[in-house]
Ligand binder design. Structure first.
Ligand code: NAI
Length: 321
């Protein structure tokens, strides 16, 4: 699977995972914009060394790359670098990230805002700048980067978890908006040894989790042959798995009058009675659209209406006992 000169922007490509993505796709023939503002893990400082070193490595191996030192908060400048150097942009990997870990009880506005600015605002800024070009050419690949913290939560990372959760919602909307113009948008939740994780994982685990093991998944999602959009993939150590929403069959939380007839109102008592069924995932479904989100509600409401009208045999089908 070669990239045949496709132009790929990788943000935060001066270190860790982004560097692995840039090197790997360049080795497969992509022309790469290596974006990195060269700061510390907390986003402080900056410089051109990190991006330059990756560009030098790519060029030394016979590949094609240019550096961009702008913060992802200025996505228009990063996309302008791609257009100036290569005249187009085919893929964006919105990978740049920082950490400002602290418990929510101690979190300052500055810690919240800094993480939001790089992850959420930065991802928005870069993808939005690339979006019209990809739409116009009828081709684009976008990879957003979430995290196990965005999916499952983690102590001390409320700011980061909120931002990484935002990537999921952004990708879900963009996958819908981009599909008709050939712009596919997927999200990864990677795990790898990097300066971001070196203090929080034991050495033997870090050994097993090299960034290079994530790069082929990102390369596939950026490749012409990828036809998927709206997917969420957990990836690490050469393993990848799809993640999706699961919804229980649910239950009607309408109250029942004495004698068992449904009343046209819900009450906290009725909700409490329905709660075991609400949380029972036997026979669960996997909704993948807004429409599929409200279908069962309307179906349940129709059953309740039928029950209230006294239609024969309907009361028992509303799911509650
Ligand atoms: P890293 O710290 O090695 O690399 C992140 C890069 O982003 C750095 O080179 C940094 O200079 C750059 N960067 C930071 N702010 C920037 C900005 N405003 N503009 C441009 N570049 C900027 O971290 P790592 O581990 O490689 O993380 C890459 C991405 O993967 C991040 O989005 C991170 O949240 C995510 N991730 C990483 C995990 C891991 O296990 N390493 C786990 C889950 C998610």
């Amino acid at each position: 699977m070669g990239f045949g000169g496709r132009v790929v922007i990788v943000t935060g490509a001066g270190n860790g995972l982004g560097k692995a993505y840039a090197l790997y796709m360049a080795s497969r023939g992509a022309r790469v914009v290596v974006n990195d503002l060269g700061g510390a893990v907390d986003g402080s400082g900056g410089g051109s060394r990190a991006a330059d070193a990756v560009v030098d490595t790519i060029r030394a191996a016979g590949g094609t790359a240019v550096a961009s030192y702008d913060s992802v908060e200025h996505g228009d400048r990063i996309v302008a670098s791609a257009l100036a150097a290569f005249g187009r942009v085919d893929a964006v990997v919105a990978n740049a990230g920082i950490l400002r870990d602290t418990s929510f009880a101690k979190m300052t506005d500055a810690e919240w805002d800094a993480v939001y600015a790089v992850h959420t605002r930065g991802t928005f800024s870069v993808v939005r700048a690339a979006w019209p070009h990809m739409r116009q050419q009828g081709y684009g690949r976008v990879v957003l980067v979430s995290s196990s913290t965005g999916l499952y939560g983690n102590f001390g990372q409320a700011n980061y978890g909120a931002a990484k959760g935002a990537a999921l919602g952004l990708a879900a909307a963009l996958a819908i908006e981009g599909r008709r113009r050939g712009v596919l948008v997927n999200t990864i939740s990677p795990i790898a040894a990097s300066r971001m994780t070196e203090d929080v994982m034991p050495a033997e685990l870090l050994e097993a989790l090299q960034p290079e093991a994530v790069a082929p998944v990102v390369a596939y999602l950026c490749h012409d042959s990828c036809r998927h959009s709206g997917r969420v993939v957990e990836v690490g150590a050469g393993w990848a798995a799809g993640v999706r929403w699961e919804r229980s069959k649910g239950a009607t939380s309408f109250a029942r009058a004495a004698g068992g007839a449904l009343r046209d109102e819900s009450t906290p008592e009725a909700v409490a009675a329905a709660w075991p069924a609400v949380g029972d995932f036997a026979g669960a479904s996997h909704p993948d659209s807004t429409q599929s989100a409200f279908e069962p509600m309307l179906a349940a409401r129709a059953l309740v209406d039928a029950s209230l009208r006294g239609d024969a045999g309907v009361g028992a089908a509303t799911g509650d006992k």
